[in-house]
Write a protein that binds this ligand. Structure first.
Ligand code: GLV
Ligand code: GLV
Length: 312
């Protein structure tokens, strides 16, 4: 029996299956282990099942001599030093596919909420401010016929494109590397939705210059990683009316501290990183993460090995 450390209780039956075959410790708290606690657990673990909020860096990997596999419970894996893992022959897995449609649904929900000011309007109704039917109350932006700009065309970006098509939107898409295409998209789109992994090449991809290219009515949607957007520049662009609004499922850091100046910006909707938060997606992610752990402990290729290790 190998020793597996799981950094949080997960929904569904997958972890039970894991504990039947391996000595499995599930972190019992509602808040994650600290970095030191995780490093201590990793020191005598053969496998780790981690969340996107767990930092697995080179020092932690160096302090875990038995480690054979790290299964991240997320499609993103920017929290893991994959190069350090690869150098040690440690397999790294993620959970794509399972959450593609759920995350695209959330991205589209953010788009609709921001366009039609749903959270503001709902709050106003609940606060007893609904006095009469207002010809000019809560006027928002059209979705039908508007231009949706999608940056990053992986699984989730493509799923978002299908939603846009279904709603009668015009589509503009780009991969990041193509900068003239990116500029064209930013200057034309009514909604700009980000679907990129966080890498050194995408860090602060949307900064002062990019925000300045956007229309004053445009709405930025981010369900990827907070670090893709320069938040200081975003706060300024919202406050000065350089862009029309932003709807974020992800921030840098997470959680966004109550004192963060971004909270002061107008026309901002923030939800607490719930892109994959459906029962089906989260249970399926647990199945995949457990399958990755089991394969890794056997020295077999993981069902979902991260692209940089799988050679694609
Ligand atoms: C969520 O953000 C994920 O990467 O799965
Ligand atoms: C996520 O699965 C993506 O490739 O966009």
């Amino acid at each position: 029996m190998a020793r597996v450390f799981v950094t949080r209780q997960l929904p569904g039956p997958a972890l039970e299956r894991l504990s039947q075959t391996h000595e499995t410790t599930v972190w019992p708290e509602s808040l994650p282990p600290t970095y030191e606690q995780l490093r201590n657990q990793a020191a005598d673990s053969d496998a780790l099942l981690t969340l996107l909020s767990d930092r697995v860096d080179a020092a932690l990997i160096a302090a875990a001599p038995r480690l054979k596999v790290i299964a991240n419970y997320a499609v993103g894996f920017d929290n893991i030093d994959v190069d350090a893992a690869t150098a040690r022959g440690i397999a790294v897995g993620n959970t794509p596919d399972a959450l593609t449609e759920a995350t695209a649904d959330l991205a589209f929900a953010l788009l609709m909420s921001a366009a039609r000011r749903i959270t503001e309007a709902a709050q106003s109704a609940r606060q007893g401010l609904w006095k009469t039917w207002e010809p000019t109350g809560f006027l928002g932006a059209d979705v039908y016929g508007a231009t949706l700009g999608i940056i990053g065309l992986g699984r989730i970006g493509q799923a978002m494109a299908r939603r846009g098509q279904g709603f009668g939107m015009e589509l503009l898409t780009t991969e990041t590397r193509d900068s003239s295409n990116l500029e064209h998209l930013l200057s034309r789109a009514d909604f700009v939705s980000l679907h990129l992994p966080l890498t050194p090449g995408t860090h602060h991809l949307i900064g002062e210059r990019e925000l300045a290219l956007m229309k004053p009515t445009a709405i930025l949607i981010n369900t990827s990683r907070g670090g893709v957007v320069d938040q200081v520049a975003l706060a300024r662009a919202l406050s000065t009316g350089q862009i029309g609004g932003a709807a974020l499922d992800v921030t840098d850091p997470e959680p966004l501290p109550p004192s963060d100046p971004l909270w002061q910006a107008p026309n901002l909707l923030v939800v607490p990183h719930i892109g994959s938060a459906t029962w089906t997606a989260r249970e399926r992610m647990a199945e995949i993460a457990v399958a990755n752990v089991l394969a890794g402990l056997e020295g077999a290729p993981l069902p979902y090995q991260v692209p940089t290790q799988a050679g694609s």
